[in-house]
Design a protein around this ligand. Structure first.
Ligand code: HEC
Length: 127
């Protein structure tokens, strides 16, 4: 009986640990899948390649609306956002809320927190 109780406790500890690890580490492969599904139709990850939206190669650290080759909306160009983990996270949760209704990005954003974390991790590494 006591062994049984101990085993049960151990199982809980292991599970909590595993769940904590999974939450702490962004999953790049999941991020890649999310990008392919939700963003790739409009955004390339090759420098200089313009699709419906601007290339997202090297987007982390860049000023919003700053690529010469892309014709941004005034709202995006005047937003003075710098793309970091935090600003991308806010933007992707709700693009219109952050930059205003003047933007040309006709997409709904990514609602799930974990999906956004994974996606941003992928953008950081997909260069
Ligand atoms: C329907 C096409 C479309 C989809 C889908 C789309 N975007 Fe965009 N995106 C755009 C357009 C167009 C712009 C330029 C907006 C403007 O100038 O107002 C843009 C702008 C951006 C910018 C700002 C880039 C810069 O150079 O300042 C980021 C970051 C971005 N998108 C990320 C994403 C991510 C991540 C996804 C997937 C979750 C996504 N977008 C999905 C069309 C799209």
């Amino acid at each position: 009986m006591s062994i049984c109780v101990k085993n049960w406790c151990l199982a809980i500890v292991a599970l909590t640990y595993w769940a904590g690890e999974a939450a702490a580490r962004p999953d790049m492969d999941a991020g890649r899948r999310e990008f392919n599904q939700t963003c790739r139709s409009c955004h390339s990850l090759k420098h200089g390649e313009v699709l419906q939206g601007p290339s997202l190669a090297g987007v982390i650290g860049r000023r919003a609306g700053s690529l010469e080759e892309f014709n941004y909306s005034d709202s995006m160009q005047n937003s003075s956002i710098i793309w970091t983990d935090e600003t991308l996270n806010t933007y992707l949760a709700s693009p219109f809320m952050m930059v205003g209704s003047g933007i040309d990005m006709n997409a709904h954003g990514v609602r799930d927190d974990e999906d956004r974390t994974n996606l941003i991790e992928y953008l950081k590494h997909a260069l």
